[in-house]
Ligand binder design. Structure first.
Ligand SMILES: Nc1ncnc2c1ncn2[C@@H]1O[C@H](COP(=O)(O)OP(=O)(O)O)[C@@H](O)[C@H]1O
Ligand SMILES: *[C@@H]1O[C@H](CO)[C@@H](O)[C@H](O)[C@H]1NC(C)=O
Ligand SMILES: *[C@@H]1O[C@H](CO)[C@@H](O)[C@H](O)[C@H]1NC(C)=O
Length: 328
């Protein structure tokens, strides 16, 4: 039986940490310090293959069944993460940049990736989320933020080379702060004695969302299938709107011209039918009876773009959780 089944069978993940804390000092004095320490390390998340173990099949299954309407993102993420995680000697960390409107699945994708790498998923001590407006709210303090962030990244990667860093609202980050993480993303064997090559960096932003939506709308108006949209239809537009837009934190950072971002991942705006899928998934997650009428009602209540044709949900699947509370 591996550790993952053991912990999930016998302990709720949220208790395992607490339990381990309690076990270490008290219970095992009698059993012997060595055994005590072994059990402690067995229960307490550590930077080893008991706790960090990439599940390629799991990631594919999750993306295929849980992520709706994102055929391009699904393909890129699988290729990127599989390639990186099965390479024992990567030459640089994996750097992904996810772009799209709110509620289209950017955070959700990072959660699915984390769950298929870390036994503890997003709760792992090796997964770090930074939100621009939360962690770095004052643009004028960026010099201070920058040195703090650099210390955090360095400290965490020193602890565990398989660390994952997620930067939400990347477009709201001061360009100077983005420049501060640039050295970590590069091809250095070691930087100050630390290798960052096995770490994963994921940037999330709305930047480029409007041009992605425009392309999706053009396809729709031309009567073409959403599934016929390809990465190449979006790539140029995306880089223009992200990097030449002076409102974007990416503006004039040399992330792009140094090719430090390995994959740009466009998230398409979600259609009515995807919103319905999200609502039904949420009903199942809450162990409610699946009621398609209610799902329809909730989906109809959202705001769509363009106003006349109502094709794409402006907030994707974001607000459905609270809307669902209101209807049931
Ligand atoms: N493409 C999608 N497929 C399935 N569920 C989705 C999708 N997009 C969003 N959701 C749902 O909506 C919630 C909010 O989406 P999130 O990933 O946080 O959006 P954002 O793109 O703003 O990061 C998610 O937790 C998930 O339940
Ligand atoms: C790791 O990052 C977190 C923020 O996610 C920070 O609070 C912590 O101090 C960092 N650890 C080290 C050792 O730097
Ligand atoms: C950004 O660009 C717009 C239009 O090109 C311009 O009006 C604005 O002054 C610019 N802002 C900054 C901060 O450079």
């Amino acid at each position: 039986m591996n550790l993952r089944t053991l912990t999930s069978l016998h302990f709720c993940a949220c208790f395992s940490g607490v339990l381990a804390e309690a076990i270490e000092p008290i219970m095992f004095i009698g059993v012997g310090a060595t055994l005590g320490r072994q059990i402690y390390h067995y229960l307490r998340e550590s930077c080893n293959s008991n706790w960090i173990d990439f599940n390629a099949k799991g990631l594919k299954a999750d993306l295929d069944s849980k992520l709706f309407g994102q055929h391009i993102a699904t393909r890129i993420i699988l290729k990127a993460v599989n390639g990186f995680m099965t390479n024992n000697n990567p030459k640089k960390p994996l750097v992904l940049s996810l772009h799209g409107w709110t509620g289209t699945g950017k955070n959700y994708i990072t959660k699915l990736i984390a769950e298929n790498i870390y036994a503890e998923g997003m709760k792992s001590n090796f997964v770090h989320v930074f939100t621009a407006t939360l962690h770095f709210p004052h643009q004028s303090h960026y010099i201070q933020y920058k040195s703090q962030l650099q210390q955090w990244v360095k400290g965490n990667v020193t602890n565990c080379e398989r660390s994952m860093f997620i930067f939400d609202e990347m477009d709201k980050m001061h360009p100077g702060l983005i420049d501060g993480i640039k050295p970590f993303l590069d091809y250095y064997e070691k930087l100050d004695g630390v290798s960052y090559r096995k770490a994963i960096f994921i940037f999330l932003s709305n930047a480029g969302g409007d041009s992605i939506a425009q392309t999706a709308l053009d396809f729709w108006k031309a009567g073409q299938q959403r599934e016929d949209i390809e990465l190449k239809d979006l790539e140029t537009l995306l880089s223009l709107s992200v990097f030449n837009n002076n409102k974007s934190g990416f503006y004039r950072t040399s992330l792009i011209d140094k090719n430090l971002v390995d994959f740009f991942v466009p998230l398409l705006p979600l259609e009515y039918k995807h919103v319905v899928q999200c609502i039904i998934a949420e009903m199942k997650a809450r162990e409610m009876k699946v009621d398609e009428k209610v799902a329809d009602q909730v989906a109809k209540d959202l705001i769509y773009f363009p106003k006349s044709e109502r094709i794409f949900s402006i907030k994707g699947c974001k607000t459905i959780e609270s809307k669902l509370d209101y209807y049931v």
